[in-house]
Design a protein around this ligand. Structure first.
Ligand code: CA
Length: 227
């Protein structure tokens, strides 16, 4: 799931981005309101987290422009201010939640998950299924033939991407940008290694293999229709 984070304070931006990334989200970080708004309007996010006090354009203005453009993803404000007026203003502008700094990262993560659950009513599917393999986004759970499979956050993100676009051959460059947030570098075998680990957990114990390599093209997950 993609999250837009707009935070000008460098340390806190990096820290939040890292924490959310480790929790399995794909995070774009903007350092000011203008860049943040640009990303919000040109990319698709399941959630935006906006600092209120931002250079260029403050969080209120960014939210106003996001809503005027018809984007309805959930928005959470972060602010050092503790004024009730701010909270009311944010909610009136269409913010979905409001977190006062300083906060524990676990608190942020819990609220992010709650907002995503609420926000997913219309646009996002919560569970994916390929043959007897099921991935539950909200509970962060993968089950095959009734057996729970434990994945790292990267493996989960990789499997999520494959399952969201099941039946579609995904090029390695797309996987690199979506899961690792990096440009494809042909010297790295990070994707091959991750696919191998994922297969060991998802496919090895089962007769029917779901993850396929399409030589020279990429990877696809699909039920074996030939059987
Ligand atoms: Ca700030």
């Amino acid at each position: 799931m993609r999250i837009l984070l707009v935070e000008d304070e460098p340390k806190s931006g990096d820290y939040l981005k890292q924490g959310l990334t480790e929790a399995g989200f794909n995070v774009d970080l903007a350092r000011d309101g203008v860049d943040g708004l640009h990303l919000a309007l040109t990319e698709n996010y399941e959630l935006a987290i906006l600092d209120v006090m931002l250079p260029g354009k403050d969080g209120w203005a960014v939210l106003g422009d996001i809503r005027r453009a018809g984007k309805d993803m959930p928005v959470m404000f972060l602010t050092a201010r503790d004024a009730v007026d701010d909270r009311v203003k944010g909610l009136e502008l269409g913010a979905d939640d409001y977190l006062v700094k300083p906060f524990a990262f676990s608190e942020l993560l819990a609220r992010v998950r709650t907002l995503l659950r609420r926000g997913s009513k219309s646009s996002t599917t919560e569970t994916f299924q390929v043959a007897d393999l099921e991935l539950d986004l909200l509970r962060r759970r993968v089950v095959r033939a009734g057996h729970r499979i434990d994945l790292t956050s990267k493996e989960f993100a990789l499997l999520e991407l494959l399952m969201r676009r099941q039946g579609e051959v995904l090029p390695r460059s797309l996987i690199a940008s979506q899961v690792w947030d990096m440009n494809f570098d042909s010297d790295t075998n990070v994707i091959e290694v991750a696919i191998r680990r994922l297969r060991a957990k998802v496919d090895d114990a089962f007769e029917c293999k779901l993850i396929r390599t399409v030589r020279g093209m990429g990877y696809v997950i699909e039920a074996d229709t030939a059987l």
